[in-house]
Design a protein around this ligand. Structure first.
Ligand code: ZN
Length: 512
């Protein structure tokens, strides 16, 4: 590999994909030479056509990382950070990205503006498109709105205890304080903090507060974005949250946006910094119909009802923004204090709150559509991890909390499942002997799946590898559906129906 040729390729790539202007070419090349400790560039013509036609930066990133390793330009293990740094040097400054975003917005509208920032985030290597394309992905046809399931190979699995630890950890001198803080933009990264030199964000105003928009590096779905408060304040869903979501969809009506619930177990993996998630993709829950319509004299223009969905959710739709905001705020606040012992819903244990909700908003033409998923994070002796959390028999598939994305029907399963699914299929088809005592050894990779394997084998051996894989997937599909049922605070039984109805009546709704 000729690193001087790589420099030429990087410049050609940046001109084609990262908005590098001709006036900045020499200057930027000198920055690269300096970072690579090269005294002078390649002389003469270089063949760089290929770089301009690349659709991901991976090949150039690998070249840079390999050179960094061979030339000892960085500590061992820091090669990817080194490569991300080079891409950061090639990129426009945040102010230029904001100006370009606004220009695209004014000239071509929100979709074009988002397409610009998304493409920049992919081409800078920030959104890891190649890693994402390796994820396993399928849909489960449940004869209703369906579920989407992915085995994500790029994100490590966290359990509720890790997440609670993060919430309690003193921020102290940590810089940036967390992985969402605005100080990440351009941050070099460290052994414990991912490189963010190639991250670019754009400014937003939500509910009168300063926020910013960026894309998720893990991209669970199409144009998966994150809106983040400029201040490092904890997640909190309250009566003011709907206004912020409505501001978002007024500005970017091409995206949905939603907030995770704001308590451990039922919230997402980051509780210490207020943020929303959204994107272009419509989630399975967006396709759910209304199970039971309600009306309220206070909100006469709203179309309102309980969703025909796994967990306990309502949806309100209407063109009157004030009514949508007021109705959502009223429900969010009322839910915080709602008790229904028959459904195991207790809003507080002494002063500790358990009730929280997850609001999700989008625009359909001139109509606002806002859904609320009601959550509760209480634990008891039978369910020490959470009454409305994944029940123990399903933890082998998903042990993390069921956050916003899953609650809407898109499951992000841990990377270990890819390997384990294949191993289980081998047992089902008979290529690997079934050894019950070996599976009962906690050290065994398939130990957590021992009951699942037993249950699958009770249905007989599979006739082919394909059939075995199909049955494993089917088991996972039904488990995901059952997990969502676990998270429902109002079950689909008489007590649940009565409880849900009682809650809605308590805020002035009548069955329509
Ligand atoms: Zn933060």
């Amino acid at each position: 590999m000729d690193i001087r040729l790589t420099v030429e390729k990087l410049i050609a790539y940046a001109k084609a994909h990262l908005d590098l202007k001709e006036e900045d070419e020499v200057y930027t090349k000198n920055l690269l030479l300096s970072a690579l400790r090269l005294p002078f560039p390649l002389s003469g013509e270089a063949d760089v056509k290929e770089a301009a036609s690349m659709d991901v930066p991976d090949a150039l990133m690998s070249e840079a990382a390999l050179y960094a390793k061979e030339a000892h330009l960085c500590e061992e293990g820091a090669e990817e950070r080194f490569a991300a740094n080079l891409f950061g040097l090639l990129m426009p400054m945040p102010s230029e990205v904001n100006a370009a975003f606004r220009k695209h917005y004014e000239e071509g509208g929100p979709e074009e503006a988002c397409a610009y920032l998304y493409r920049l985030s992919v081409m800078s290597g920030y959104v890891q498109k190649t890693a994402i394309s390796r994820n396993l992905k399928w849909t489960y046809d449940d004869k209703k709105s369906g579920l989407e399931i992915t085995v994500n190979l790029s994100k490590p699995e966290k359990n509720n205890k890790d997440i609670a630890k993060l919430l309690k950890a003193p921020a102290g001198d940590k810089y940036p304080m967390c992985s969402l803080c605005r100080e990440n933009e351009g941050f070099e990264g460290s052994a414990t903090h991912p490189p963010r030199r190639n991250l670019r964000t754009v400014k937003l105003t939500l509910g009168g507060e300063k926020w910013f928009l960026q894309y998720s590096p893990y991209a669970y779905f199409d144009e998966h974005c994150i809106a983040i408060n400029e201040r490092h304040v904890p997640m909190h869903v309250d009566g003011r949250t709907p206004e912020k979501l409505l501001d978002f969809v007024d500005y970017l009506p091409n995206y949905f946006v939603g907030s995770n619930a704001s308590l451990p177990i039922v919230g997402g993996s980051i509780l210490n910094h207020e943020h929303f998630q959204g994107g272009k993709h419509l989630m399975p829950m967006h396709h759910a119909g209304i199970l039971k319509h309600y009306r309220s004299e206070e909100f006469p223009t709203l179309d309102f009802g309980i969703l025909d969905w796994y967990n306990s959710a309502v949806r309100m739709e209407g063109e009157n923004r004030e009514e949508v905001a007021a109705c959502a705020a009223k429900l969010i606040t009322a839910w915080e204090h709602f008790d229904c012992p028959a459904c195991d819903i207790l809003s507080h244990t002494e002063k500790t709150p358990h009730n929280t909700s997850s609001p999700i908003c989008r625009k359909i033409g001139s109509k606002y559509s806002l859904a609320l998923i009601f959550r509760n994070n209480r634990t008891n002796e039978t369910y020490p991890d959470g009454i409305f959390h994944v029940h123990p028999e399903y933890l082998n598939i998903k042990s993390e909390g069921i956050g916003l994305i899953e609650a809407m029907g898109l499951f992000i399963l841990p990377p270990r499942l890819k390997r384990q699914m294949a191993e289980i299929a081998e047992i089902l088809v008979g290529n690997t002997a079934y050894d019950e005592s070996a599976l009962n050894d906690p050290q065994n990779d398939l130990y957590v799946h021992r009951n699942m394997i037993k249950a699958l084998l009770e249905g007989g051996r599979a006739q082919s590898k394909e059939q075995a894989e199909g049955r494993v997937k089917d088991y996972i599909n039904k488990t995901c559906a059952a997990i969502l049922d676990n998270t429902a605070v109002f079950k689909k039984d008489e007590a649940g129906r009565r409880g849900f109805d009682g809650f809605l009546r308590s805020v002035g709704f009548q069955e329509a």
